[in-house]
Design a protein around this ligand. Structure first.
Ligand SMILES: Nc1ncnc2c1ncn2[C@@H]1O[C@H](COP(=O)(O)OP(=O)(O)OP(=O)(O)O)[C@@H](O)[C@H]1O
Length: 325
């Protein structure tokens, strides 16, 4: 079932610049420029792009904060701005840089207030809070005022508030920003569980490449307001010809070479040889099976293509609309 449907979605801003005391210039900027996107129930979608690409503007339209200039948009079957009151019951929103918790109240009170705002029946609320308390490990700081919480604790509180009314879609904007390694892992583990449970659709906006790699089966990349990639991370690697590497330490420098289609020698350093593999032609297994022809092996490592490299290539390419992979 489709939960988000955008066709030709566009948002323009008029930028006014002062050219002296009396003169002003006006320029129209299309922050989102014809985005087509369909998100199905239970998907966890990574929505990425370089700074200023149009991510926040899209999310603001999805959540009913900004009115699109043109295009078709439905979230949970609703038109976000005119039907915002109904929409807010169906969505949860977490901004990594802006907490929605009540600053002066103990965390527990924020959850109670959220229950009243969403008019969640007490029994249902208690059951959901119990589940979230245990999955997000909240008990140690439930009675601490929000202003005294660490960033990681506050993020766990924010996730709880956003999910207490059992929204169909959760929008997460940079949830791991500023978190230490342990807190990031805790948030990531929770989101993995949420994804695998399959009953909440998640739209994750992030610059954190580890989050993208571990969580997102589908990536939508936006640049200059256009979708430039819509598919899996593997599709992205294939598009940029990313290669796996096999680094082999032989007992002695090999004196012969291998003739295997899709495999090339990237570098040699004494008895160490680094092979690069074109995954569309062959596999690391096929190479490893032939390696004894070159000599006895002391050690062997297979490295995956780095996500940093492929995302950097994508951001560096001129923006052009890519077909859905
Ligand atoms: N209210 C506004 N008025 C004018 N221009 C705006 C407004 N909001 C955003 N923009 C411009 O629209 C473009 C897209 O901005 P947006 O915040 O959506 O990017 P983003 O992808 O979320 O970036 P970041 O990763 O830095 O958060 C930018 O050029 C930005 O300057």
């Amino acid at each position: 079932m489709t939960v988000i449907e955008a066709r030709g979605l566009r948002k323009e801003f008029t930028i006014t610049r002062s050219l002296g005391r009396l003169r002003r210039s006006k320029r129209v900027l299309a922050a989102v420029d014809g985005v087509d996107l369909t998100v199905c129930e239970g998907e966890l979608l990574g929505y990425l792009g370089p700074n200023g690409a149009g991510k926040s503007t899209t999310i603001k339209m999805f959540t009913g904060v900004l009115t699109p200039t043109s295009g078709h948009l439905r979230v949970c079957g609703l038109e976000p701005v005119p039907q915002r009151t109904r929409l807010t019951r169906q969505i949860g929103v977490v901004f990594g840089q802006r907490s929605q918790l009540w600053w002066d109240l103990p965390l527990r009170e924020s959850f109670e207030l959220a229950r009243h705002i969403w008019r969640v029946p007490a029994v249902e609320h208690a059951a959901r809070l119990r589940m979230l308390r245990s999955r997000l490990d909240l008990d140690a700081f439930l009675d601490t005022p929000v202003r005294q919480l660490s960033l990681g604790q506050r993020m766990r509180g924010d996730l709880t508030v956003a999910l207490l009314h059992a929204p169909r879609v959760l929008f997460l904007d940079e949830p791991s920003i500023g978190l230490d390694v342990v807190s990031k892992q805790a948030v990531r583990a929770f989101l993995t569980e949420l994804r695998d449970a399959g009953d909440t659709t998640v739209v994750l906006t992030t610059h954190d490449l580890a989050d993208i790699e571990r969580l997102c089966r589908r990536l939508v990349v936006i640049d200059h307001g256009h979708v430039v990639h819509d598919g899996t991370l593997a599709d992205l690697h294939a598009r940029y010809g990313s290669r796996r590497r096999v680094i082999v330490d032989f007992e002695a420098p090999p004196t012969t070479s291998l003739d295997l289609p899709g495999v090339s020698v990237e570098s040699r350093d004494g008895a160490q040889v680094t092979f690069s593999i074109d995954g569309t032609v062959t596999t690391a297994g096929a190479l490893v099976a032939r390696l004894p022809e070159l000599g006895s092996i002391r050690d062997l490592t297979v490295t995956e293509p780095a996500i940093e490299d492929v995302i950097a290539q994508l951001y560096a390419s001129p923006a052009e609309a890519a077909p859905r992979a």
